[in-house]
Structures are given as C-alpha cells and as structure tokens.
Design a protein around this ligand. Structure first.
Ligand code: NAD
Ligand code: MG
Length: 394
C-alpha cells in the first residue's frame, strides 16, 4: 500500500489523479489533498477519498472550508497556507507526491517533496523551468525519484532506453528528442485576427481538457517552450538535441530518434490518466480508465513545423533555454503575469508575447546558485512584466 499526497487536487491533473487512485483502493491511500480557492470541491474530494489532511493554500477561506467540511461530513484535519503545503509533501508517512499546482506557487512544496526523497510525479512544469539545475541536483542529492507526468516527457521517458543515463545521448545511441505539440486551437486561424482572440477561445483546446493557464500557454505555444526547457533539465539534453514537431492529432505524445534511424514513440488517446497511472505504478502497469487506441477510427496522422510568426513565444523560450537558468526563470515569471492579464481581459492575446519579450530584454542575465536567488529573479521579472502590462492598459 502506497500513501499519496496530491498537491493541486482540485485542478485538472488533480482530479484525474484521484480518478486513477479510486480505481486501485488496494494499492493507494490518500494522505493529503491541497487546493487554493475551490474549497467546496476540495471537501467533496476529501470525503470521497478519505484524505487525512486537506490543505487550503488561501488562508482567507478557512471559515468557508470549515463550513463545507461540516456540510460534507469530512473528518480530515484542515490546514492552511504555504508551510502546510510543504508539510503534507514531505511527511514521513508519504511515499508519492503528485506535484500538480499550477505555476511558480508549486515550487516550494514540490521541492519539499524532492528534499524528502519522495517519488515525485511532476506535472508542475513551471517549478522545473524556474529552478532547473538546482531542482535536479536536489533530486539526486536526496534520492527522490522523478517521474514526468507532462504527456510529452512521460512519452520520452517511456521511449528512452531503460539504461539511459542523465544527459548521455551519445552513449545511448540517441540522435534527437522529438517533442510533439498539437499547435493548439489557432493552428489554422488567420494570424491577422490573433489580436481579437478571447480567453474562452484560447482555452478551447481541440484535444486536451486542461486548466486555463496551461490552455492559454498551449494556444501561444509557450507551453511547448516551457516543455522544451523542461526536457532540457529533466533528461540533461542540450537545446540542439531537441526538435519540436507539430502533430495536430495529439496521438503520438513524443518520440526518441536513434542514430540507426529508428524512432520510438509512445501513442495513446489524449487523456492525462495514462501518464498519471504510469507515474504512480512505474515500473508496473495499472488500469487508468483510458480506453484503448482504436486504429480503425483514427484519421491520418499529420506533421508540420511550427511557424515562428504564429508562435513567437516558442522561439523566445528556446532562446531563453540557450541563455540559461536566469532567463528561463524570468520568462516563466513574465509569462505567468502576461497570461493572468490576458485571462482577466486586461491585455490582448498578441500582447502576451510582447510582454514576455520586453521583460526578458529589460532583465539582466544573472547567475543562479540558490533557490532564494530563483525566487528573487522571479519577483523582479514579475515586477518588470507588470510594468509592461500597465503600459499596455494605460
Ligand atoms: P488547474 O488550474 O486545473 O489546477 C491548478 C491547481 O493548483 C488547483 O488545484 C489550484 O487550487 C492549485 N493552485 C493554484 N494556485 C495556487 C497557489 N497560489 N497555491 C497553491 N495552489 C494553487 O491546472 P492543471 O491543468 O491541473 O495544471 C496543473 C499543472 O500541471 C500545471 O503546471 C500544468 O502546466 C501541468 N500540466 C497540466 C496538464 C493538463 O492536462 N491539465 C498537462 C501537462 C502538465
Ligand atoms: Mg504537455
């Protein structure tokens, strides 16, 4: 029996994780679930999965939480705030931590899990994009097991040789990591109409049902950019070893190309319960609830290159990846501010890329050797991006 904490349980990945766990009461028990604002949903989840702790990140919602706990007959202990997130991620009773908080807010609790040597199922790509090398070093130092939940990285992980050593592509006979992406909802929309894109249009992804922030990132392809950086850190590969391939059907979730001409891919229906089940049970396989791929029903597979005019954020991210740790932290922070501003109606879709580019241009490429520095760089980049947003809305 393995004990699991789910950081970000009320979100899209969190709900999918609880769905997989509920199919295996003989294998997994829930220690804690956490969320930020959707307290009613959290209490319903706590009741259904019999969690021992529920953590509400937003402390102003404590009274609401108590009210819903009573309404749903929840017996779990209710905790509040950031320290509580780290506590449930690192307690000695926990074996597995699903890191599924969105954005930089997930960094410290995810690191707490890493530093306690847990099996960490990493969905929160922003945490790795921000802290890169320090995050991987901590995983090695404290003996954490990192399993990628992002579908592309999970696919790459499954397509790498079992003997793959961090960073050693040549030794494993690998010539390229092929990172696939659907191209999002605006793959064929006229570029000159991009400035009228609404938040709801941007969040309507053709293949995946996800939270709003990652949905907007998918539409701008910043998501692929963050994943490019994520692959760089997770597998220890250079930017030149990674190639982005557009595959609008999202059936191939990514591939590894070998020097002899072989390409190994992982395929499946676009449903996050597959990588979640893989991460939970690895190296075993368990039922996830995802239906088998029906090849007789599949339309043609198509592939293309990402057009830079359509996806300026992708080029920004690749260039930040080449510049190093400070640039990727800055880009991630600026992008969180820009996406928030777009979702709240303050700026246009096309402004996201300009806020990101201008913030990066303005900031110094400092060196990074501690998490405190990462947090300071993140704060400075948010302030710079905020200024650009304000200038656009003035
Ligand atoms: P979501 O918006 O649906 O859920 C986010 C979760 O984080 C919620 O539980 C929310 O309460 C919590 N949260 C938000 N702000 C917080 C804060 N300040 N402090 C503490 N908790 C906070 O997002 P999602 O789609 O589930 O994505 C979660 C993470 O997984 C993201 O990093 C995303 O990039 C990654 N991811 C998601 C998918 C997907 O299919 N949804 C796929 C790959 C990777
Ligand atoms: Mg992904």
């Amino acid at each position: 029996m393995q004990t699991v904490t789910i950081l970000g349980a009320s979100g899209s990945i969190g709900c999918n994780t609880l769905d997989v766990i509920a199919r295996h009461p003989d294998r997994y028990r829930v220690f804690a679930i956490t969320g930020c604002r959707r307290v009613e949903r959290l209490m319903q989840q706590a009741k259904a999965c019999a969690a021992r702790y529920v953590v509400i990140a937003d402390e102003t919602l404590y009274e609401d939480a108590k009210h819903f706990a009573k309404q749903y007959g929840v017996e779990a202990e209710i905790l509040m705030g950031e320290d509580a997130l780290s506590f449930v991620a690192s307690d000695s009773a926990v074996d597995i931590v699903m890191a599924a908080i969105v954005g930089a807010a997930g960094l410290l609790p995810t690191l707490a899990a890493v530093k306690s040597g847990k099996r960490v199922l990493l969905a929160n790509k922003e945490a790795l994009v921000m802290s890169g090398e320090l995050f991987i070093q901590a995983a090695n130092q404290y003996g954490a097991t990192l399993l990628p939940i992002d579908s592309e990285h999970n696919a790459i992980f499954q397509s790498l040789p079992q003997t793959f050593q961090y960073g050693d592509l040549q030794g494993s006979g690998i010539s390229k990591i092929l990172l696939t992406g659907s191209g999002g909802p605006f793959l064929t929309r006229a570029i000159d109409s991009f400035n009228t894109i609404t938040p709801d249009e941007a969040c309507a992804h053709p293949n995946w049902d996800m939270g709003r922030k990652i949905s907007v990132d998918s539409a701008t392809m910043m998501n692929k950019g963050l994943e490019f950086i994520e692959a760089h850190w997770l597998f220890g590969v250079a930017a030149s070893d990674i190639q982005v391939v557009l595959h609008p059907q999202s059936t191939i979730h990514s591939m590894v190309q070998y020097v002899d001409g072989s390409v190994i891919a992982q395929l499946g229906n676009p449903d996050m319960r597959t990588p979640i089940a893989h991460g939970l049970a690895y190296p075993e396989r368990i039922v996830s609830g995802v239906s088998a791929l029906d090849f007789s029903q599949l339309a043609a597979f198509t592939f293309a290159q990402a057009c830079p005019e359509r996806y300026p954020n992708l080029a920004l991210a690749i260039s930040a990846c080449e510049s190093g740790q400070a640039a990727t932290t800055q880009l991630n922070a600026a992008n969180e501010v820009a996406v928030d501003a777009f979702l709240s109606g303050a700026i246009r879709f096309t402004d996201i890329a300009s806020v990101n580019a201008e913030s990066l241009q303005q900031l110094e490429p400092t060196s990074v050797s501690s998490i405190q520095q990462v947090l300071d760089i993140d704060t400075a980049a948010r302030a710079a991006a905020q200024q650009h947003v304000q200038r656009l809305t003035a």
